[in-house]
Design a protein around this ligand. Structure first.
Ligand SMILES: [Zn+2]
Length: 300
C-alpha cells in the first residue's frame, strides 16, 4: 500500500466534511448567550400561540392564502407549497414537523396575527408595515421571536407583482419563478436559517427557473439535524481495525453498505488503524458489508 496517496485521500475527505458541516448559517439572536440561542421553533415552549404551534401534535402550523398566485393554476400552486413543507418535514435525523392549518383569505401584508401564512403579494411591494420593499426579491420571510430565539410567528410573502410563477417541474426552460424552489428557500428562513455559502444548496440566492433550489441539499439536512435534532433516534456503530501484514493502516477508507447496497456510513482509519463507522440504527447492515477501499487498488 502506498501510504502517501492514502494520506492525500484522507485529508480530502476530512476537508470536504468540514466544509459541508459548517456551511449552513443560522441566526444568533443573542450572540453572547451561553449556550448559544439560535433562532428556531421550540415546539415544547408555550410562548407561541396555539394557532402557530400545535401543543398536542408538537407541529408548526402554516396557512395558505386561498387565492394563491393565479386563478388558472391555483391548485398546483397550493400543492407546491404543501410539497415544500413536506420536503423540510422529511429530513432524516430531524424532528421538526409541519402541519397545514387550512386556508386564510387573500393577504396584503405580513403582520403579527398569530398565524403563519404563505401568500403572494399582489397589490403593494411595501410589506411588513411599510418597512420592507419586495422590489427585486422573489420572496421574503418575516420572523417574530422572543429574546431566547424562540420563534413566535413567521410569514412567507412571494412577489406576485414583479414575477411570473410556474409549477411544472418538466418545464426546465421556463425562466419564471418555480414555486417549489422559492418556497423551499423561504421555509429555510422560516425555520431559522440565513443564506448559506454552499453553492449547490437551497438557502442561497438562487436563479430563475429550475435550479438546485428545487431539492434540499446535504447542507440543509445538516442544519436541520443541528437545530432540530431527533434525540429519540438511535445511532449504531461498527468498530474495527485495518492492518496489513500485521501493521496498522492509517487513512484507509472504510465503507459500510446496507443489505440493498446503499452506503449507510463511511470513515477513514486513525493512526492506529482503528475506525468507528456511525449510522442510523435500524439500517439492515450485515457484518459482511464492511469493506476497506485503499486508494491504490482493492485489498487482497
Ligand atoms: Zn433568502
Amino acid at each position: 500500500m502506498r501510504v502517501d496517496r492514502v494520506l492525500v485521500l484522507c485529508l480530502a475527505v476530512l476537508i470536504a466534511g468540514v466544509i459541508e458541516n459548517r456551511a449552513f448559517v443560522f441566526y444568533l439572536v443573542n450572540p453572547n448567550t451561553v449556550p448559544l440561542a439560535p433562532l428556531r421553533w421550540n415546539v415544547n415552549s408555550t410562548a407561541a400561540h396555539t394557532n402557530v404551534v400545535d401543543r398536542v401534535t408538537k407541529k408548526v402550523r402554516y396557512f395558505i392564502a386561498s387565492d394563491a398566485y393565479s386563478a388558472a393554476n391555483k391548485t398546483n400552486e397550493i400543492n407546491a407549497i404543501r410539497a415544500s413543507f413536506d420536503q423540510w418535514s422529511s429530513v432524516p435525523g430531524s424532528k421538526l414537523q409541519y402541519e397545514e392549518g387550512g386556508f386564510v383569505g387573500p393577504q396584503n401584508d405580513t403582520l403579527v396575527g398569530n398565524t403563519n401564512v404563505v401568500f403572494w403579494a399582489k397589490k403593494s411591494l411595501m410589506v411588513n408595515g411599510g418597512t420592507v420593499n419586495l422590489s427585486g426579491l422573489h420572496g421574503w420571510t418575516s420572523t417574530y421571536y422572543t429574546v431566547d430565539g424562540t420563534m413566535l410567528e413567521s410569514d412567507i410573502i412571494l412577489n406576485g407583482i414583479q414575477y411570473q410563477w410556474f409549477t411544472d417541474f418538466n418545464n426546465s426552460s421556463n425562466q419564471a419563478q418555480f414555486v417549489e424552489s422559492v418556497v423551499l428557500h423561504e421555509i429555510g428562513h422560516f425555520l431559522g436559517l440565513d443564506h448559506t455559502p454552499a453553492g449547490g444548496a437551497t438557502v442561497v440566492n438562487g436563479p430563475n427557473g429550475i435550479g438546485t433550489q428545487a431539492g434540499l441539499s446535504a447542507d440543509e439536512v445538516s442544519a436541520m439535524r443541528y437545530l432540530y435534532p431527533d434525540t429519540s433516534l438511535k445511532w449504531a456503530s461498527i468498530h474495527g481495525k485495518v492492518t496489513k501484514s500485521g501493521a496498522a493502516v492509517y487513512g484507509a477508507m472504510v465503507i459500510v453498505d446496507d443489505s440493498a447496497g446503499n452506503i449507510a456510513g463511511a470513515t477513514v482509519t486513525r493512526l492506529t488503524g482503528d475506525y468507528d463507522v456511525f449510522f442510523f440504527a435500524g439500517w439492515n447492515v450485515p457484518a459482511s458489508r464492511v469493506t476497506v477501499r485503499p486508494a491504490d487498488g482493492p485489498k487482497q
